[in-house]
Design a binder for this molecule. Structure first.
Ligand SMILES: Cc1ncc(COP(=O)(O)O)c(C=O)c1O
Length: 383
């Protein structure tokens, strides 16, 4: 099997696994316990927090560990919306239809069930939220804008620092979902100037089921998981010590090795984009041609059932995706691709190829050799 789906998830780096292992059996204490075993675990969690803070360029007590990217997004949106409403009576939430469902569905629920108002920010043809679209939408009653750093389905990178300036000038909170971005882009919160930022471990060779939310000092959140006082009373629950240790280790490696990892994948990504557009009729690149993740190539093929194409690719030995992992099996076109303005006959045929540490040029060549015939077959069978 040739794995070309690193945006869905990545294997755990051996160094990360080695760092995690002692916290399953030897140092298994609960960080909230007073005794030495507990203190050892607490030290591990606090060291992990400092490691994450060093990558983000923030204070350690601005990092809240969560069960993943989805929970970080939920804490950011729910927490900030409620706190903002309590403080100023604000009601508006701004986000885009291109967001991951962890953001868009949360915003929709806040509007439907909890009385907030939701405005979808315009995106351009590449799925980018522009400075103008945010400036146009923001009003006196806006609490928060949530705009992802890099898109999981189409790879487009948003101009977060510029959007943050608009947010700051209008006194609103800016949250960014950096779950995909952290594997390849600079996530320094001082230069991005965001108030809240979500991360998820399994996109950068860390374990699944662990993430973090950066919360800028002074940004008030109402916790949505109540109980014990862990994580500065913002996220109750006994710490998942080995996973937190693994998360920090993986993020540290991602930051240190960012350039070499980018140099490894980017030429292969460009080769895929060029060859697919050249060899496959009725194909288009989705997302931004330049401002995109260096490991990410995504396309639409006219009159092709994307899920059928994925099955044919799977049978031929290639693991790819049609968008986010959550979309697989859903016969409706992706909301992200639809938001770019593609009609149904194009939007249904989406394909995402994402590269990573173990991808080789030979694997890419095999893929590019087989893909045109598989698209043609899917097209014939989709008629
Ligand atoms: C942009 C983005 N946000 C959030 C998530 C959800 O993260 P997790 O799987 O850690 O809950 C994902 C995962 O695919 C993602 O790509």
């Amino acid at each position: 099997m040739i794995y070309l789906d690193y945006a869905a998830t990545t294997p755990v780096d051996q160094r990360v696994l080695d760092a995690m292992m002692p916290y399953f059996r030897e140092n298994f204490g609960n960080p909230s316990s007073i005794h030495r075993l507990g203190q050892k675990a607490e030290t591990a969690v606090e060291q992990a927090r400092e490691k994450v803070a060093a990558v983000l360029g923030c204070r350690a007590d601005e990092i809240i560990f969560t069960s993943g990217g989805s929970e970080a997004d939920n804490l950011a949106l729910r927490g900030a919306a409620k706190a903002g409403q309590n403080a100023s009576g604000g009601t508006w939430i701004l986000t885009a239809k291109t967001e991951h469902p962890a953001v868009s569905k949360t915003a929709l629920q806040l509007a439907k069930e909890y009385g907030f108002q939701l405005e979808w920010l315009d995106v351009d043809a590449h799925g980018m939220v522009t400075v103008e679209s945010l400036a146009k939408a923001v009003c006196g009653n806006t609490i928060i804008a949530s705009v992802m750093y890099a898109n999981n389905e189409i790879g487009t990178i948003n101009p977060i620092a510029e959007l943050a300036e608009i947010a700051k000038n209008n006194n609103i909170i800016l949250h960014t979902d950096a779950v995909q971005a952290a594997a390849y882009l600079d996530v320094n919160v001082a230069s991005l100037d965001v108030d809240l930022m979500s991360l998820g471990g399994h996109k950068f060779y860390g374990p699944k089921g662990v993430g973090a939310l950066y919360v800028r000092k002074g940004t008030n959140l109402v916790p949505h998981l109540t109980g014990g006082g862990q994580e500065f009373s913002l996220r109750a629950g006994t710490h998942n010590v080995p996973y937190i240790v693994g998360f920090a280790e993986a993020l540290s490696h991602a930051a240190q090795e960012r350039e070499t990892r980018t140099e490894h994948v980017k030429p292969m990504r460009d080769h895929i984009i060029g060859t697919v557009l050249e060899t496959i009729p009725d194909s288009k690149l989705t997302g931004h041609p330049e401002q995109r993740l260096p490991n990410h190539a995504s396309f639409v093929f006219k009159d092709v059932d994307g899920n059928l194409l994925l099955q044919l690719l799977d049978a031929a030995g290639f693991a790819c995706s049609s968008g986010s992992a959550c979309k697989t099996g859903n016969p409706e076109p992706s909301e992200v691709v639809t938001a770019l303005g593609y009609s149904r006959d194009w939007a249904l045929g989406s394909l995402r190829i994402t590269l990573g540490a173990d991808t080789t040029a030979e694997q890419v060549d095999l893929f590019l050799k087989d893909l045109p015939a598989l698209v043609e077959k899917a097209r014939t069978l989709s008629r």
